[in-house]
Write a protein that binds this ligand. Structure first.
Ligand SMILES: [Fe+2]
Ligand SMILES: [Fe+2]
Length: 317
């Protein structure tokens, strides 16, 4: 009912939703790919290549590393990417199912679009796990990652649904930006990793639209105080994630030293941590928080909250 109201233009933002459930479902059915088409069999990671776009990996900024060391660090960052996306998708899946469960008889296209979304996230979790297995099989060093995912999911899902939905919208638009970065970087990325970014982008594009509808429905009729409280929650989760990224940077440094056999001196360590923590912030926080579509949705809920986020975002760029 809430979203039927939205279609009539009576939502708090006074505008008609941009995205249609039937069209979104049709688009996702058209795109739908299989994990086997992306990784496994003769589709292997090529460890002579970089995995992550330089715009996200930022290894070139560490001038004291040689080319081989830069590539190894880039690959470690690739493994971290698999872990972090696997981890965030573990809270997106139950959240989407909980969102649709109470209204299964509302609108058939809406139900099917959200179930397709949930099914794709379950597939993505498995996709990231498959890539992680391939990474472990081909990379000599064990790389630690933050977690466990269940604890992070518990912390995130303790926030209000609107706050969590904002974080999820941020994540979906963020993955759009990541593929665009990989195109810009085209040169010499591993074909399988590039295909992972591309195929994730293709399905996440529908998720971002459905998340926008989810936010419009959760924000329907709520006060500006409730929206401000949701943005508080979103920022708290951002700070929680940022702390995790600091820890992850230290894990990546440890893996780098083990994998290369190079021990950095105090000055190099400091530069490594500063540059790589900021690169992690840009990858997982800045690209979502400053995405024009994310800001557009937030601005339609409350222009003051959009301004607030725009003031914070540069810290994570
Ligand atoms: Fe996903
Ligand atoms: Fe998604």
């Amino acid at each position: 009912m809430l979203e039927a109201t939205l279609i009539n233009g009576n939502n708090p933002t006074g505008s008609v939703p941009q995205y249609d459930y039937r069209e979104t479902l049709a688009a996702s059915q058209k795109v739908n790919w299989r994990i086997e088409d992306i990784i496994g069999g003769d589709k292997k990671l090529d460890f002579s290549k970089s995995f992550m776009p330089e715009a996200l990996a930022a290894v070139e900024k560490l001038a004291f590393l040689n080319d081989n060391e830069k590539r190894i660090l880039n690959q470690i960052r690739g493994n971290t990417y698999l872990a972090i996306f696997g981890l965030v998708e573990e809270f997106i899946l139950p959240f989407v199912l909980d969102h649709i469960r109470p209204s299964l008889d509302d609108d058939d296209y809406r139900v099917r679009a959200f179930l397709q979304f949930a099914s794709e996230e379950a597939k993505h979790i498995q996709l990231f796990k498959r890539f992680s297995e391939e990474f472990e099989a081909g990379f000599a060093t064990k790389c630690s990652v933050i977690g466990p995912p269940s604890e992070i999911a518990k912390a995130v899902l303790s926030h209000s649904p609107l706050a969590v939905a904002l974080l999820i919208l941020h994540i979906e638009w963020m993955s759009q930006g990541h593929y665009i970065d990989s195109i810009k970087d085209d040169g010499d990325l591993d074909a399988q990793f590039k295909s992972l970014l591309k195929n994730h982008w293709l399905e996440e594009s529908q998720h971002a639209k459905l998340d926008t509808r989810m936010i419009e429905s959760l924000a329907d009729g709520v006060s500006s105080e409730t929206i401000a409280a949701a943005v508080d929650g979103y920022l708290e989760m951002g700070a929680f994630l940022d702390n995790g990224l600091k820890q992850q940077t230290l894990f990546d440094l440890e893996a780098f030293e083990t994998a290369t056999g190079r021990v950095l001196n105090a000055e190099e360590r400091e530069e490594f941590i500063t540059v790589q923590h900021q690169a992690n912030r840009r990858t997982y926080i800045g690209t979502g928080m400053s995405h024009p579509k994310f800001l557009e949705t937030l601005g339609r809920l409350d222009p003051a909250q959009r301004t607030r986020i725009e003031e914070v975002a540069p810290i994570f760029s």
